[in-house]
Design a protein around this ligand. Structure first.
Ligand SMILES: NC(=O)c1ccc[n+]([C@@H]2O[C@H](COP(=O)([O-])OP(=O)(O)OC[C@H]3O[C@@H](n4cnc5c(N)ncnc54)[C@H](OP(=O)(O)O)[C@@H]3O)[C@@H](O)[C@H]2O)c1
Length: 317
């Protein structure tokens, strides 16, 4: 495993962060608890030292699973936890953004209970709530930091302008945007954030799984599935474009002893100097191992150039 310093936080983070959206049991393929527990154990064995979760992942279920399992394995102190705040399910269904002071403080308390821990290493605002002044949300986060309940503060899905605005009320130390070979819309914001000394953790680093080469033909997913509603490249013209990219990745894989495509995608993502860690959501031991072991391998400058060219064509859509 390779490690980088996570911006100015001083945290050392593994090249891969384990994402737990799927482990919440909604929006992705569903696995038995034993399978997911074994995946988490594999992550720890492989040297993954950052785990990303959120109360929004099935209404706290991903956090509760994570808390239970870290306790069972006795590894809470070996890993750092990033969780999020500022959005809620009302009646278990309607999803609302809410950055009000009491909500943020209350949600943090609940996350601590779910995760069975006394501190959260990194607390991110999941999505900007434009109805609440950023100052109010930051007051709550600054208060939680002073109390030692959260150690670092970050944002996810913010624009540069929003990061500048909220940064007036406290230090923003991390940024979590979507970024992968298949999706580079936020690259400018990421470069800006890294330039400010923020740690950058990319989500959807495998494009929601499409960059692993698992999907070679368009297929239907359930309406609640993230591959239907969240990641847009599983359908329409983007699907065809990603297939062209996969053809280039196939050639590179062949030249590199059949390197799995997921490893190529992660090596490409981590080769960007502005990326601190690539979040990947994997729920099975073999996948976690495959992703983690990408960093035992290298791609030549020539292969990287071919990938860059192929990725460049994708953004011409
Ligand atoms: N801040 C935000 O708004 C936000 C949004 C989205 C995601 N996230 C975070 O980022 C994490 C990662 O993103 P993501 O899970 O949406 O997308 P992702 O990691 O790009 O893709 C996840 C998909 O890839 C599959 N996969 C993983 N490794 C694989 C491998 N080696 N070979 C084949 N398939 C593989 C997974 O399968 P299985 O599930 O079947 O193992 C899952 O279907 C999330 O879990 C979450 O923690 C944050």
């Amino acid at each position: 495993m390779q490690y980088r310093t996570f911006g100015k936080t001083g945290m050392k983070v593994s090249a891969v962060t384990l994402g737990t959206w799927g482990m919440g049991g909604v929006g992705w393929d569903v696995y038995d608890d034993e399978v997911k527990e074994d995946a988490l154990k594999a992550a720890w064995e492989e040297g993954i030292n950052l785990i990303d979760t959120a109360p929004a992942y099935n209404n706290g279920e991903a956090e509760r699973f994570l808390g239970r399992t870290l306790k069972k394995l006795g590894i809470r102190n070996d890993v750092q936890i990033a969780t999020k705040c500022g959005n809620f399910f009302v009646d278990g269904k309607i999803y609302v953004r809410d950055g009000r002071y009491e909500k943020i403080v209350g949600q943090c308390e609940e996350s601590l209970r779910n995760l069975q821990t006394d501190h959260i290493d990194l607390m991110l605002i999941h999505w900007p709530d434009l109805k609440t002044p950023f100052e109010e949300t930051m007051d709550a986060l600054n208060h939680l930091k002073k109390e030692g309940k959260i150690l670092h503060i970050g944002v996810s899905n913010f624009t540069v302008e929003q990061m500048q605005q909220i940064g007036q009320f406290g230090e923003i130390e991390a940024f979590q945007p979507q970024y992968s070979m298949a999706f580079r819309e936020h690259e400018e914001a990421i470069r800006w954030a890294a330039g400010q000394g923020m740690g950058v953790m990319t989500y959807g680093s495998l494009g929601g799984g499409i960059l692993s080469g698992r999907y070679r033909e368009e297929r239907e997913f359930a309406e609640t599935d993230s591959r239907h509603r969240f990641y847009k490249h599983f359908h329409g013209p983007m699907f065809g474009k990603v297939m062209e990219l996969l053809a280039v990745m196939d050639e590179i894989s062949e030249r590199n002893d059949d390197m799995p495509l997921s490893q190529i995608a992660l090596l490409w993502c981590y080769s960007r100097p502005f990326v601190s860690t690539c979040i990947t959501g994997a729920q099975k031991r073999e996948r976690v191992q495959e992703n983690a072991r990408a960093f035992e391998r290298e791609l030549s400058a020539e292969d990287m150039k071919l990938l860059d060219e192929a990725v460049g064509k994708l953004s011409e859509v």
